[in-house]
Design a protein around this ligand. Structure first.
Ligand code: NAD
Ligand code: TDX
Length: 358
């Protein structure tokens, strides 16, 4: 039936969401209803390959619009909602936190309310099979010291930035909707992602973009902060697996056991670029590295203990950091037009013409 085959994905025009929509349409016969506000981070070009795909239905709108959410649920009768929609950039949350509270906290709350109304109207198998999967981050757990064990699902929440605090708040609402109302929720907390379609405000695409443009490569503080990197398609597969096998109310940490200092990451990118796209001057890209003022409240180290998802779900990453980072550099080299569009704002004009405000 329709409901078994349809999922609503929010934020599916963003980096991870777009990769997920492609993955979901590839693995199964499901229809994806993609609800995205098309903020600066949302880009329909990420979904251009699906222009003739009848199983992809794009809807421009805000997860905070309850009437719209109710309407989409009644019209499409999905078996699941996968919530990617969020403001996602830590630096932006420091300079302007308002949208983070509105989308990440209030927006997720609105979606939960409408999901609960819809789920309560379902019956029998359709009701027990329904899932609300909330995509979250390892940043909710705060910052690790060098000798601390990695974050597990039972690590206490200690968010330090407006971004991570807003994600933590949304995780807590999801938790409460399961415990209070029985809404069959799933929460995934993943480490730093990288790969195709990532907006060049985030470290890896920013380094590639600046290097190719012969601009300084900014490294915050001493560059010794540690992140645990996962290739985006491995994250998407983990979400599909959790959707299928996760236990309602469950929390699943996702990570690639791939801790790197920022300087390591930047040096790796520079040497791959030296090989694939050498500078005209003949100098190495490392010469562009510039140490800049640290991010306020900058978390020192994130690391994920992925033992639960490995054992209970049977998920493993396919890419190593070495293989994933090469693919990523190659993708950005092959998609210079994509980068030019998202940095020029040309695609925004196109969106305004083709998808007027609802
Ligand atoms: P992104 O910023 O690239 O994309 C976010 C998408 O959400 C955009 O398409 C945007 O238009 C849309 N959106 C924003 N506000 C909206 C609203 N009010 N209503 C509807 N759509 C809205 O983000 P991303 O990096 O792809 O992250 C996706 C999700 O995964 C987020 O929830 C983020 O917290 C989480 N996450 C990201 C990472 C990472 O490393 N990028 C790691 C772990 C978890
Ligand atoms: O120019 C830069 N220079 C720099 O040194 C940028 C943009 C970042 N950094 C540092 C800050 C971090 O230690 O690199 C590290 C990675 O920074 P970001 O790419 O901004 O990611 P981070 O802050 O770790 O958050 C990301 O991972 C977890 C995502 O943006 C979040 O959405 C996700 O939840």
């Amino acid at each position: 039936t329709k409901s078994e085959n349809t999922i609503i994905v929010t934020g599916g025009a963003g980096f991870i969401g777009a990769n997920f929509v492609h993955a979901a349409l590839k693995v199964g016969g499901s229809t994806v209803v993609n609800l995205d506000k098309l903020t600066y981070a949302g880009n329909l070009e990420n979904l251009a390959a699906l222009a003739d795909e009848p199983r992809h239905i794009f809807v421009k709108g805000d997860i905070g619009d309850r009437q719209l959410a109710a309407e989409l649920l009644r019209t499409h009768r999905p078996a699941a909602i996968v919530n990617f929609a969020a403001e996602s950039h830590v630096d932006r949350s420091i300079s302007a936190p308002d949208d983070f509270i509105q989308t990440n906290v209030v927006g997720t709350f609105n979606l939960l309310q409408e999901a609960r109304n819809y789920w309560q109207e379902l019956q029998g198998e359709a009701q027990s099979a329904f899932r609300f999967l909330h995509v979250s981050t390892d940043e909710v757990y705060g910052s690790l010291g060098d000798d601390d064990p990695p974050f597990s699902e039972t690590t206490a929440y200690a968010p330090n930035s407006p971004y991570s605090a807003s994600k933590a708040a949304s995780d807590h609402l999801v938790r409460a909707f399961f415990h209070t109302y029985g809404l069959p929720t799933l929460t995934t907390n993943c480490s730093n992602n990288y790969g195709p379609y990532q907006f060049p405000e985030k470290l890896i695409p920013l380094v590639i973009h600046n290097a190719l443009a012969e601009k300084p490569i900014p490294v915050y503080g001493d560059g010794a902060n540690i992140r645990d990197w996962l290739y985006v398609t491995d994250h998407c597969r983990a979400i599909l697996d959790v959707l299928e096998k996760g236990i309602p109310g469950g929390v699943y940490n996702i990570g690639g056991r791939s801790e790197k200092t920022n300087l390591d990451v930047v040096h790796t990118l520079c040497s791959i670029l030296d090989e694939l796209a050498p500078r005209e001057s003949g100098q190495g890209y490392v010469r562009l590295i510039t140490f800049v003022t640290d991010r306020p409240g900058h978390d020192r180290r994130y690391a994920i203990d992925a033992a639960k998802i490995e054992a209970e779900i049977g998920w493993q990453p396919e890419e190593t950091f070495q293989s994933g980072i090469r693919k990523t550099v190659q993708w950005y080299l092959d998609h210079a037009g994509w980068v030019a569009n998202v940095t020029s704002g040309a695609y925004r004009d196109w969106i305004e013409t083709n998808y007027g405000e609802r």
